[in-house]
Design a protein around this ligand. Sequence first.
Ligand SMILES: [Zn+2]
Ligand SMILES: [Zn+2]
Ligand SMILES: [Zn+2]
Length: 216
Amino acid sequence: MTPIKVFFLEPTDRERRWLRRFSFSNSRQCPNKNSGCDAMFEIGEADILYTPDGYIDATGRLMPPKSDPRWPKACAACGRAFDDGDEWQLFSRQIYVRPSDGFRCTLEDAPPGACWNAWWIADRRSDEQVGCAWMVGPDGRSLVVKCPDGHDWMIDARARNCTMPNDDHHHCWIRHGRPEDGTLHVDKVGKTCAAGAGSIQTGKWHGFLHNGFLHE
Ligand SMILES: [Zn+2]
Ligand SMILES: [Zn+2]
Ligand SMILES: [Zn+2]
């Protein structure tokens, strides 16, 4: 595998929106997937509405009427037609940007190597709540990196094979440097446990984040 450069994504004040029809699996299970029926139609971008504490405010969005022809008619997985009792949702995802070239994406469709700060995780932690138990790193951030198989690696979280499950303040992965300048590096040099060698095993992919690159 060619090493993949890790780059930082910053949030924008814009979101991508979809008209979404779906059913909860307990009301109607989709025969073709492990959940309810679901279909989305992308309708473009809009400004994000925020609550006074800076969170995204989903309640203020105006949903188009049910007569809008852009609402999906049938489940994307099994083709079953929706009826009026299925769910109607104006679905949205925040748009992020790579400052160096203006590349934009959502966190769900971000390419491998994308890194972002899941700021909402650290937002309500105290200064003492730093460590894998709170998924907060030494700089007060909670950094996530998209792996080549699409897995979101939460670097500051506890590893599944952590050997110090009763210690909240260490980090199973020690990060150094910064994603913003291409120096992010993850290893076991620091206050850590005996799990692994600083690599990430996602189930489908195993590799390292060394000197700003993901590699096997
Ligand atoms: Zn279905
Ligand atoms: Zn650990
Ligand atoms: Zn390496």
